[in-house]
Design a protein around this ligand. Structure first.
Ligand code: GSH
Length: 203
């Protein structure tokens, strides 16, 4: 049975799942939920995603109403190599650090700055910008010493972090002072099956 992905084109949370589906060469039915029209709060959709957010992945009887949970699900179910989500305790924890960061600092920093600037969200831009700066400094240090965030190869840590860092400029954040981050974005973009994050404005 074909999987279904409920998603919004310009949502980085949605893009990270589309990107991973594409890297794994998995086909799915694409169902658009326009959050600018509040479609994520429709009662029928909220039966799948009780918080009324995108994305939601549906695979037969499995409903996964969260982006990083969807990455974990897809890796566990469809990546026979086990490379995208290592199974050993230290390897799995190293990936989890970045899945948590994607839901934490990446959301509060770059994703919120972008939502303020291009989606009209009312939030504290200075706080988002300062959170983003701390995150970028950390990523620059990690990626200055390693090619990938959590292992010797790409993992779902890199997929979870990619989308909102790529479009940080849409939140009027400059990542050009972080050469290791810029290099890493390029490495993700060279992965076979890569799918770009759509931009709301031209770069
Ligand atoms: N924990 C969720 C957060 C998803 C999230 O914040 N989605 C945003 C779009 S990027 C959303 O649906 N916002 C609309 C709303 O909360 O009403 C995940 O990672 O999937």
């Amino acid at each position: 049975m074909t999987m279904q992905l409920y998603h919004f084109e310009y949502s980085g949370h949605s893009h990270r799942v589309r990107l991973f589906l594409s890297l794994l060469e998995l086909s799915y039915e694409s169902i658009s939920v326009d959050i600018l029209k509040n479609e994520q709060k429709a009662p029928e959709y909220m039966k799948l995603n009780p918080l009324g957010q995108v994305p939601t992945l549906v695979d037969g009887n499995s409903v996964v109403p969260d982006s990083t949970a969807a990455l974990v699900y897809l890796a566990k179910k469809y990546d026979a190599s086990g490379r995208w989500l290592p199974n050993d305790p230290a390897g799995a924890a190293a990936v989890q650090v970045w899945l948590s960061t994607a839901a934490g600092e990446l959301y509060r920093g770059p994703a919120t700055a972008r939502a303020i600037k291009i989606m009209g969200r009312k939030a504290d831009y200075a706080a988002a910008s300062s959170c983003a700066a701390q995150l970028f400094q950390w990523m620059q240090a990690v990626l200055g010493a390693h090619t990938w965030l959590a292992a010797q190869h790409a993992t779902i840590a890199d997929i979870a972090m990619y989308s909102y860092v790529r479009v940080a400029d849409e939140g009027e954040l400059d990542i050009t002072p972080y050469p290791a981050i810029m290099r890493w974005l390029g490495y993700v973009e060279e992965l076979p099956g890569f799918e770009p994050m759509p931009r709301r404005k031209q770069a």
